[in-house]
Design a protein around this ligand. Structure first.
Ligand code: GLU
Length: 443
């Protein structure tokens, strides 16, 4: 029998000063431990303990030269968490907030998320404390090339397949893949999120946001409801938020907000597709939302997040811990009955518990935002079979995959006719990985 208190103490002792990692493990352990205790083979083989110890952590110096000719030093990482069910797979994050704790939480989450997609992918995450904001195009290119100069020896189509995350989009993936190809002299699917001209998949950019909206639609469908006229709060203004908003509008919802580090744009009558196009264009130019503060039909709330605005549904699509306990209570008090996480771990443990206790439709990121990595998986498939699928084909598969994830949540999370999506996603993601580990014996 595993006991959560002593298990967490063991994790904290082994990984001191890593609060985000502790939080992610705690959230999974709370759901998976009762399940493990009912299946002694998982407990005896210490599957969960083994899963909290990454297969490998790479940490390396990235040296590059800025436009003024100054030598700059950053730290690069790759956390290869588990390849039990497929090659390591997960994004790269470039942001000043990147620490080993953040990447370990993300790599840990990725294992369960990737398993839920039903595709053969292990879990990993990487990145750097390099902050892209304010850097010139040439500086970005030099940094990406320097980063890949070390990383290339640790990745490959059957080994580890990085992709984007915060601060790493199509442009950075182009530079990273260009350098990989130069160093390895191989054109293989060792990175996903590539441009459509060089092995990328259609819909990859939109996939996380679209997938999140599709997943929420499944949750509503299970209650014979839909998005028509539903007021939705979206946080963030990166590609997850942008395409979640786009799909929500297409599905008949009213999107009230988008946000970034400068504040929240509030559209009392709903965001229009024209306004969304303007936001997407603005963000491509690396500008911030306050630039749109004086537009028609919009209010700008400086330095605030969207959660105080009354809504039916919330889509946190910015970053970790962007909803705290007070925000969660405000959302519930204002009538919010659905939360779907486009970002990874956007709710603090306390906030997540408040949503669960309230019994609302609450989908954790590992289920709701798995659409991005799922289409990365389909990019790997297209690369492996040397084919390029149409938009319709990829979108159809995305809808199917989000449906399968929903089914797994229902299968493992339903009790007395009520589905707890947090329980369902954690146990559903765990089972396949655990069974593979059992089959391999003690390795
Ligand atoms: N960074 C994304 C995630 O959090 C995508 C990873 C990938 O495509 O490999 O799932």
């Amino acid at each position: 029998m595993i006991e959560i208190g002593s298990f967490m103490q063991w994790v904290v002792d082994r990984n001191p000063y890593e609060p985000e990692f502790h939080q992610a493990v705690h959230d999974v352990a709370g759901k998976v431990i009762p399940f493990i205790n009912s299946r002694p083979q998982y407990a005896e083989s210490r599957i969960l303990e083994r899963l909290t110890e990454p297969d490998r952590i790479l940490s390396f110096r990235v040296t590059w030269e800025d436009d003024a000719g100054r030598v700059r030093i950053n730290r690069g990482y790759r956390v290869q968490q588990s390849n039990a069910i497929g090659p390591y797979k997960g994004g790269l994050r470039f942001d000043h907030s990147v620490t080993l704790s953040v990447l370990k939480f993300l790599a840990f989450e990725q294992v369960f998320k990737n398993s839920l997609t039903t595709l053969p992918m292990g879990g990993a995450k990487g990145g750097s404390d390099f902050h892209p904001k304010g850097k010139s195009e040439h500086e970005l290119m030099r940094f990406c090339q320097a980063f890949m100069t070390e990383l290339h020896r640790h990745i490959g189509a059957a080994v580890d397949v990085p992709a984007g995350d915060i601060g790493v989009g199509a442009r950075e993936i182009g530079y990273l893949f260009g350098q990989y190809k130069r160093l390895e002299n191989q054109f293989t699917g060792a990175i996903t999120g590539k441009g459509a001209a060089f092995g990328g998949s259609l819909i990859r950019t939109e996939a996380t946001g679209y997938g999140c909206a599709y997943f929420a639609r499944e949750m509503l469908k299970a209650r014979t409801e839909d998005f028509e006229g539903r007021r939705c709060l979206v946080s963030g203004a990166g590609n997850v938020a942008e395409y979640a908003a786009e799909k929500l509008i297409q599905l008949g919802a009213i999107v009230l907000t988008m946000s970034d580090r400068t504040g929240t744009l509030y559209f009392p009558d709903g965001l229009s597709t024209e306004q969304l196009a303007e936001i997407i264009d603005l963000k491509r130019r690396a500008s911030s939302l306050d630039a749109l503060a004086s537009g028609a039909g919009v209010k700008f709330l400086p330095r605030s997040r969207p959660w105080a605005i009354p809504c039916d549904a919330a889509f946190p699509c910015a970053t970790q811990n962007e909803i705290d306990a007070a925000d969660a209570r405000t959302l519930l008090d204002n009538g919010c009955f659905l939360v779907a996480e486009g970002a990874n771990m956007p709710a603090t443990s306390e906030a997540a518990q408040i949503f669960e206790d309230a019994g609302i439709l609450y989908a954790p990121g590992k289920a709701a935002n798995a659409g991005g990595v799922a289409i990365s998986g389909l990019e790997m498939t297209q690369n492996a079979i040397h084919l390029f699928w149409t938009r319709e084909e990829v979108d159809k598969r995305l809808v199917e995959i989000m449906g399968h994830i929903h089914e797994q949540c229902v299968e493992y999370g339903t009790k007395n006719g009520c589905t707890n999506y947090v329980t369902g996603a954690n146990i559903g993601g765990f089972v396949k990985v655990a069974d593979a580990m059992l089959a391999y014996g003690i390795v």
